[in-house]
Design a protein around this ligand. Structure first.
Ligand SMILES: Cc1cc2nc3c(=O)[nH]c(=O)nc-3n(C[C@H](O)[C@H](O)[C@H](O)COP(=O)(O)OP(=O)(O)OC[C@H]3O[C@@H](n4cnc5c(N)ncnc54)[C@H](O)[C@@H]3O)c2cc1C
Ligand code: SF4
Ligand code: SF4
Ligand code: SF4
Length: 403
């Protein structure tokens, strides 16, 4: 499928990989409030080489046991949804400030700072909120531990991290790449065909993802706490402590906040990016290391705990070197780690199967994921219908009440 078909059929994940690898520099990701980041081709420069189509994860990704990227997992045990794992832990950054300021346990920041300090990589590709367009999240390249710290926190807005591969191709060095499952899928597809990208990106850190939002979700959240989105100067989604708060800075210098539980509800979820509804990977199977929130009651009230999965020897070795000085870890069982993601499991299995079935029923294109069992049961179909009705109702109601 060409990337133009992927976009037209609503399959674009907005990962940005196509724009990062185009040898003619004929592709740019363009941001709009309505749609987030979408690729735009300059047909005058395009030579129809097809590279962008080859690296696009929009129409699917191979999760089969023989998929080429699984070579990195060696003989690691494997479970559906959890993926391959060499080590499973709950943990947090040993530095209390990093832990407190991170989205969950500050593990991503501590790992990436450690990889820089120990010379595993020269730079880190991550995500920041734009100063020029406060509702947009954008890729950023950090070259010092202070710059890595500035990237912390989850950005609940679409971001085309793969576009940073343009800089990786142009500037030799070794980069760590932090991304959601669709970003890491795009990177792996790009690395499959590029020796340069295999050498220059030796480390990937995957951030768990249930779904991400169109920029409109942040507008709705802002209006509900009395903030005009046009007045925003800086947006933060997971402020200090755990689970953190929405923090909106405005032109007047004021800071407006809402707790995670108060802003992250059905009204906000009505603006999930449509392709996220048919995304099968939550725990970033193709990454070296994957991490997310530990949603387990026994940790509630603490300043933040992360699920941490080492999937490859590269990931395992780095974690071993950084604990306990930078990372405080306790071993986890596969069963309890899946339980810590029960809400996300529901989204990425029963609801996904139901929503995919509904799309097929409507004659719409769906992504293919060889290796995953995604045939819907009757209860999956009902879960899909319920999810679609909830999304539609809250989107309409939200448009009526919050403009
Ligand atoms: C859209 C989204 C959905 C998520 N869904 C889930 C979920 O369903 N279940 C769950 O347990 N956890 C989920 N998470 C992960 C969780 O919110 C934390 O990001 C994760 O636990 C890491 O916390 P930390 O304190 O270790 O990271 P920190 O030390 O705070 O560092 C966060 C790192 O993530 C990167 N990052 C932030 N936002 C993005 C983004 N949008 N795209 C790519 N990279 C980004 C930053 O560059 C930074 O390096 C989600 C995160 C995002 C961004
Ligand atoms: S076909 Fe080739 S030149 Fe054209 S946009 Fe895609 S990668 Fe660029
Ligand atoms: S590579 Fe990513 S951004 Fe480009 S069309 Fe495919 S899914 Fe969309
Ligand atoms: S759910 Fe997350 S990983 Fe999947 S397409 Fe959406 S943003 Fe990407």
């Amino acid at each position: 499928m060409t990337i133009e078909h992927v976009v037209r059929d609503g399959l674009c994940t907005q990962c940005g990989t196509c724009a990062g690898v185009c040898p003619q520099d004929a592709l740019r990701m363009r941001w709009t409030l309505r749609d987030g980041w979408l690729p735009e081709i300059d047909h005058a420069r395009c030579t129809d080489c097809g590279v962008c189509d080859e690296v696009c994860p929009g129409d699917g990704f191979d999760y089969g046991s023989g998929a080429w990227w699984r070579e990195r997992n060696g003989d690691a045990p494997f479970r559906d949804f959890l993926g391959p794992y060499r080590g499973l832990w709950y943990g947090w950054a040993s530095d209390p400030d990093t832990r407190f300021a991170g989205a969950s346990g500050g593990i991503a920041t501590a790992l990436l700072q450690g990889a820089l300090e120990q010379g595993d990589v020269d730079a880190v590709i991550g995500v920041r909120m734009s100063r020029a367009t406060p509702l947009a999240a954008e890729p950023a390249i950090a070259r010092s531990t202070a710059e890595v710290a500035a990237l912390r926190g989850s950005k609940y807005s679409m971001v085309a991290v793969g576009e940073a591969l343009r800089e990786v191709r142009a500037s030799p060095g070794r980069y760590a790449f932090v991304g959601l499952p669709c970003h890491i899928q795009g990177l792996r597809l790009a690395q499959r065909r590029s020796q340069v990208l295999r050498e220059r990106v030796p480390l990937t850190v995957g951030v768990f993802c249930g779904f991400n939002m169109l920029p409109r979700a942040t507008c709705v959240a802002a209006r509900r706490i009395g903030v005009d989105p046009a007045e925003l100067t800086l947006v933060g989604y997971r402020g200090p402590d755990w689970p953190g708060e929405l923090r909106l800075h405005t032109r007047s210098g004021a800071l407006h906040t809402a707790s995670f539980a108060d802003y992250y509800d059905h009204y906000v979820a009505a603006w999930i990016q449509p392709r996220c509804r048919t995304c099968a990977d939550a725990l970033v199977e193709p990454a070296d290391i994957a991490l997310g929130d530990t949603w387990l009651e026994r940790f509630y009230g603490s300043p933040g705990v992360s699920d941490l999965i080492a999937r490859t020897s590269v990931g395992y070795d780095l974690i071993e070197r950084l604990a306990p000085a930078r990372l405080t870890l306790m071993e986890a069982s596969p069963e309890e780690m899946v339980a810590s993601q029960s809400a996300t499991y529901r989204v990425k299995r029963p609801v996904l199967r139901g929503r995919t079935w509904l799309r097929r029923l409507g004659g719409r294109a769906v992504p293919e994921f060889p290796g995953l069992q995604l045939a819907p049961s009757t209860s999956d179909k009902l879960a899909g219908i319920r999810d679609l009705l909830t999304e539609t109702a809250y989107r309409r109601l939200g448009e009526f009440r919050h403009g």
